[in-house]
Design a protein around this ligand. Sequence first.
Ligand SMILES: [Zn+2]
Length: 489
Amino acid sequence: MSKCYICNRELIERNYYEQNIDSFNDKPAINHKEHIIPNALHGRFKAENILCSDCGGILSKSIDSPFCSLFNVITEQLKHVLITKDHGKSNEPPVLKGYLYKDESFKEKIEINYKDKKVSPENPYYELDTSTNKLTIFANKRRAKHFKEVVLNELREKGIKTGELVIEVKTDIEDQRFLGLFFTENIQDFNAKFKKGFCKIAVEFALHKGIKREGLKNVLKINTDQTAEHIDSKNLIPFFPLSSFDKFYETNRLDIETNYPTHEIILFTQHYTNNTKKLFCFISLFSTFQYYVLLNDKYTGPDVVETYCQTVLKQEFPDINIRSIRPKHLSIIVHNFGIDTSKYKGESLSDYIDFIEKEYKNLKAKYELDIFGELKESASVLLTSFTLSKSAKTELLEHISYRNVIKSFADFPENQTIAFLREAQAIHEDSFIYYKRSFFEDDGHGQLENLSYPDELIKEMNRNSQICKAYGHLKFGELSKFIEKNKSK
Ligand SMILES: [Zn+2]
């Protein structure tokens, strides 16, 4: 029998409880389907048998909601291309704060509110062009009418003949200027909310994969009454690329990944020479926000490697009339949509068309991705780009796709070549033991050393914490480019 990891009560199925309600003195802990990555971040992975609905509700309010609201700036701008959420309470779109800049010098700015893709000024204002007698009023809908009267009174007092003015009221002003929305600015306890969210994802993923809660001592505190609470200090390690492979992969993902942006989780044990083990979880949200969570620095359980990866983009199948396709082209449909023809039992062409039509109608969007398949494709692009960067003439590159990827190899440090090739080649040949877990570094004598990714990150952070910030900006910039590209879709 499974227990809730927070209240430690036995989990009862809702159906069983409802059918046997008289045999319960108190309301029991009802088994709850928990989104490992929150639904509000378009996470699709649900786990049962780890949490009860009461504790799920409490955690949702105390950790998930504040965590997810930090991402509103991304999810709101992309909501038309993101996959639909599992259940939507009648969601009133949130109001985001930001600035509109007058021009590209980013000097003059006004405070704005962003709601449901509409931008309105925090404080209404107006512009009067006396040469054309044009008065433009900028205000949100709620205040526009009243503000217009105020402006007209003010102008009349100044002796302006307001009856001759051509008046335009603008409630949506985005097309006027450059928009900048706040991500961290003006948000209270940003770091605490952020950390708690990442730790919760790691804890629940590990529990779902069979790790006992006693094995998660750096993230879960078990009290004497056997209830548990989340620990959110000294267990989060920000990621930035240390492996030669990641230095190119992570900075080119927007260009090389067809499913960008993705959510990714990797739970793994790390071995040390003194026969000890640690348990880590690497989490990457929107291919941008990336952390390791240290779950246990003295882990004694069995070795684990568990992964999860999903796209956050809507998958839609075009409306195709299978009967209008020429029979010789049906193989394209079969191939492109992965229709399993081994199930086909018919004999005639008309049977075959019936079969394809039925299978096509039953196609379901798949959000979960094969993380290793995705990586293998990326490794292949990177290896080809690396080779081309050595041989192709610069003027020819203009016509090649991935030219930006190829160019990114221009300043490739010589002493990292072997490490890069070894890491990329390993992935290309279906070996994923290094990815985000360990990496190669030249030991200074031409030999490669294999180092622990999270442990080396801690050392690097102590040496220079600015690298991490710079990487964060770069990744956020990539995601912003993606948002910009998809705005008008
Ligand atoms: Zn509970």
